[in-house]
Design a protein. Structure first.
Length: 162
């Protein structure tokens, strides 16, 4: 089954994740629908949650992270892609958010130099290019796989692993 997240879902504030979509592909019609999906993930996020964002360049991983972080930190906050810094941390009154982009990580062990243990211990992690972590990737996590289906549309598959 493919669950299509439509603009009327947004308008009517239908919240489909974890109900209809777990493990099933979700069609995201445009960036506005991506914003809604990211917001719903942010609303439900709890301390120590790890979200992996997998997919090719331009699939919308940073875009998802930006809307997720803005929901918790405020719409005016600047959320640059941590392509070169590898990680960017954001503090909110409730939780810290650690946004990793591991594309440039050459060896999984380098993750320990950029706050990995602190992030896992106290915070919500959003991880682009999680493949770079190999066996260091936590088993308990939320996986979101992004696919590009047209210039405007994306297909996401969301899974929770225990
Ligand atoms: N439905 C959509 N959802 C998300 N982004 C979209 C969508 N439609 C178009 N876009 C555009 O696609 C681009 C996604 O770029 P983004 O930086 O988020 O990709 P990425 O997956 O993080 O790539 P990278 O692996 O290089 O970090 C943005 O320019 C965004 O405006
Ligand atoms: Mg990115």
């Amino acid at each position: 089954m493919i669950y299509k997240l439509t603009l009327s879902d947004i308008k009517n504030k239908i919240v489909p994740i974890k109900v209809k979509t777990l493990g099933n592909p979700i069609t995201i019609e445009n960036e506005q629908a991506m914003a809604l999906f990211a917001k719903e993930c942010a609303i439900k996020a709890q301390n120590k949650d790890v979200f992996t964002l997998q997919g090719p360049m331009g699939a919308g991983k940073s875009c998802f992270a930006r809307y997720f972080i803005r929901h918790l930190c405020g719409n005016n906050i600047d959320v640059p892609s941590p392509t070169f810094t590898l990680v960017q941390q954001y503090d909110t009154p409730c939780v810290s958010i650690w946004h990793f982009d591991l594309y440039r990580l050459e060896n999984p062990d380098e993750i320990y130099e950029i706050g990995w243990e602190e992030a896992l211990h106290d915070g919500v992690c959003l991880i682009e290019w999680p493949e770079r972590l190999g066996s260091l990737l936590p088993h308990k996590r939320h996986d979101i796989v992004f696919e590009i289906t047209s210039p405007e549309t994306r297909q996401l598959t969301y899974n929770m692993l225990e």
